[in-house]
Design a protein around this ligand. Structure first.
Ligand code: HH2
Length: 285
C-alpha cells in the first residue's frame, strides 16, 4: 500500500503515517489563533516534523461546526508565507478551493486535503496535473449546517459507498489511484454514535483499497464520551482513538499531538502485524 504525493512515495504497507495539524486560522476548534501569525505556524510545523510527523496538514479555513467559508484570496494570503518558508518539506494543504490548491501546489505542497471530496469542479484537474496526493473525505452537509440533524441508516456502509464513488470520480478525472487516500470524516455531519461506529468500522473502510486517513484528534465525540468540554484536554482520549484506528487498519492519522501519537502508532502497527500470527489457544475453540 503506497500513497504517492508528487515525487514523494509513502510506503504504508506496514506502518501508519502521522500527519500533524497546523491551522493558520483565528478560529479553529482547538488551536484557533495559536498559529495564525506566520512565524508561529512555521515554528509549529518545524516542531511537529522534529516530533515525528511525516507530513503536516496546513489549513487556512476552519471547518468546525457552524463555520463560514473563507474566501480563496484570504486563504492564499494566510498560507503563502508558511508554504514558502517550508518549501521542500512534506506539506499537505487543507482546502476545498481549487484556486487555493493550485497556488499551494505552485509553492511546493505535495498533497491536497479536500474535505468536500472534489466539490469544486476544478479541483480534480489541479490535483491531476500536479500528480499530487489527494485526501477525499466524507461529510454530510456543509460545516455551517452539518451538525444540525445528521441522519444515516447504516453509517459505515453509506460512508464506504460515498468514498468508493468519489475514488471512482477522481480516477475518471485523471487522478492516479495511488495518489488517493480516503477519510470517513469523523465529526463532519455525524452524531456521537456515528463517529463511534465509523471508528469501530475502520477495518471495513480500510478495505476500500486505498489508505484510510482518520481524524479523531480532540474532536467533540471524544468530549461527549469522556465529559471533557475543553478540546485541548482531550489528549488521552485522542490517543485511545489513534490506537484503535491504527490497530484496525487506518494508515494515516491526522493529529494535533504528534509526539505522543508516534509511539502509540508504533505499538498499534506491531500488534496489527502480529495479529496474523496469533492462533487459537488449544482447548479454547
Ligand atoms: N478534521 C478537521 C479539518 N480537516 N480533514 C480531514 N481529511 N479529516 C478530518 O478529520 C479533518 C480535516 C477539523 O480539525 P481541525 O483542522 O483541527 O479544526 P478546524 O477545522 O476548526 O480548523
Amino acid at each position: 500500500m503506497i500513497w504517492r504525493c508528487r515525487d514523494r512515495v509513502f510506503d504504508l504497507s506496514e506502518r501508519t503515517l502521522v500527519m500533524g495539524i497546523v491551522n493558520v486560522t483565528p478560529d479553529s476548534f482547538s488551536d484557533g489563533g495559536r498559529y495564525f501569525e506566520p512565524g508561529a505556524a512555521i515554528a509549529r510545523c518545524r516542531e511537529l516534523f522534529a516530533a515525528g510527523a511525516e507530513l503536516i496538514d496546513v489549513g487556512a479555513e476552519s471547518t468546525r461546526p457552524g463555520s463560514e467559508p473563507v474566501p480563496a484570496t484570504e486563504q492564499r494570503r494566510r498560507l503563502a508565507p508558511v508554504l514558502d518558508a517550508l518549501a521542500g518539506e512534506p506539506i499537505s494543504v487543507d482546502t476545498a478551493s481549487a484556486e487555493v490548491a493550485a497556488d499551494a501546489l505552485a509553492r511546493g505542497a505535495c498533497a491536497i486535503n479536500d474535505v468536500t471530496a472534489l466539490g469544486d469542479p476544478a479541483m480534480a484537474g489541479v490535483v491531476a496535473r500536479a500528480g499530487a496526493g489527494l485526501v477525499l473525505m466524507h461529510m454530510q452537509g456543509t460545516p455551517r449546517t452539518m451538525q444540525a440533524r445528521p441522519e444515516y441508516g447504516d453509517v459505515v456502509a453509506e460512508v464506504a459507498a460515498f468514498l468508493a464513488d468519489r475514488l471512482a470520480a477522481a480516477r475518471a478525472a485523471g487522478i492516479a489511484a495511488e495518489c488517493v487516500a480516503l477519510d470517513p470524516g469523523i465529526g463532519f455531519g455525524k452524531k456521537v454514535e456515528h463517529s463511534v461506529r465509523l471508528l469501530a468500522g475502520t477495518a471495513a473502510l480500510a478495505s476500500l483499497g486505498r489508505p484510510l486517513l482518520v481524524g479523531a484528534s480532540r474532536k467533540s465525540f471524544l468530549g461527549a464520551l469522556t465529559g471533557e468540554s475543553d478540546p485541548s484536554r482531550r489528549h488521552e482520549a485522542s490517543l485511545a482513538a489513534a490506537a484503535i484506528a491504527a490497530f484496525e487498519g487506518a494508515r494515516i492519522l491526522r493529529v494535533h499531538d504528534v509526539a505522543a501519537t508516534v509511539p502509540v502508532v508504533r505499538i498499534a502497527d506491531a500488534a496489527r502485524a502480529a495479529r496474523g500470527a496469533v492462533g487459537t489457544p488449544r482447548g479454547l475453540c
